[in-house]
Design a protein around this ligand. Structure first.
Ligand code: COA
Length: 184
């Protein structure tokens, strides 16, 4: 199948809208975080696969913070857009909004970033089309994604190093101010 070398951001922009039904709720009556994560993964896949013209897999998820609860009966819209492409990977930005259908009030619940990798028929990573940035906003998102990747790489390296040299004996004093009790 023919896949072009470039595709515009708008080509793959995708919105998924779903009504929050009672079976999605947790014991507190709010929508399970896992339901929202599953919907985010779905829309990220649709957006990435459309841009790539290939099957895609989720590699990592950044910035999932549920800032406000979502209620049963609200209409959730997930807006996905390819923010960045590497060679075989893409970063999809997803904005999640929940609308109270009675009042029309819309709340922004979170914005998260899914990194996906395109795969070919042999399940190997395969190149994705480059991205045509159609607006200053597209360019801003692409640049932000470069910074996000760089921060994430640095954080992972630093945390890995910190974890490797962590000495339980030397750092035990940090537990003094924490809400825990040693039982060994
Ligand atoms: C993602 C996967 C293909 C990467 O395989 P790999 O052998 O490391 O392949 P590569 O080293 O060629 O990396 C492929 C791309 O993934 C990116 N990548 C790999 N690990 C990454 C990570 N932890 N975070 C972000 N990007 C990552 C690489 O930067 C590369 O991007 P680029 O081609 O745009 O430069 C492989 O780990 C995989 O299939 N994972 C399972 C994914 C899956 O099944 N997800 C569903 C959830 S269960």
């Amino acid at each position: 199948m023919f896949t072009p070398n470039f595709r515009p951001v708008s080509y793959s922009q995708t919105t998924l809208t779903e009504l929050m039904i009672p079976s999605y709720a947790n014991f507190g009556g709010k929508i399970h975080g896992g339901i929202l994560l599953s919907l985010m993964d779905k829309v990220a896949y649709a957006c990435a696969a459309k841009h790539a013209g290939n099957y895609c897999v989720t590699v990592s998820v950044d910035g999932v913070n549920f800032l406000q609860p979502v209620e049963v009966g609200e209409l959730v819209s997930l807006k996905a857009s390819v923010n960045y492409v590497g060679n075989t990977s893409l970063m999809v930005g997803i904005k999640v909004e929940a609308e109270n259908v009675k009042t029309g009030i819309i709340k922004h619940t979170n914005t998260s970033y899914f990194t996906m990798v395109a795969k070919d028929e042999e399940e190997q990573p395969t190149q994705v089309p480059a991205l045509i940035l159609e607006s200053r906003e597209d360019a801003r998102r692409f640049l932000e994604a470069i910074k996000r990747k760089e921060f994430s790489r640095r954080y992972q390296m630093e945390f890995f190093n910190t974890k490797n040299i962590l000495s339980v004996e030397e750092e035990m004093y940090l537990l003094q101010d924490e809400r825990c009790k040693l039982a060994f």
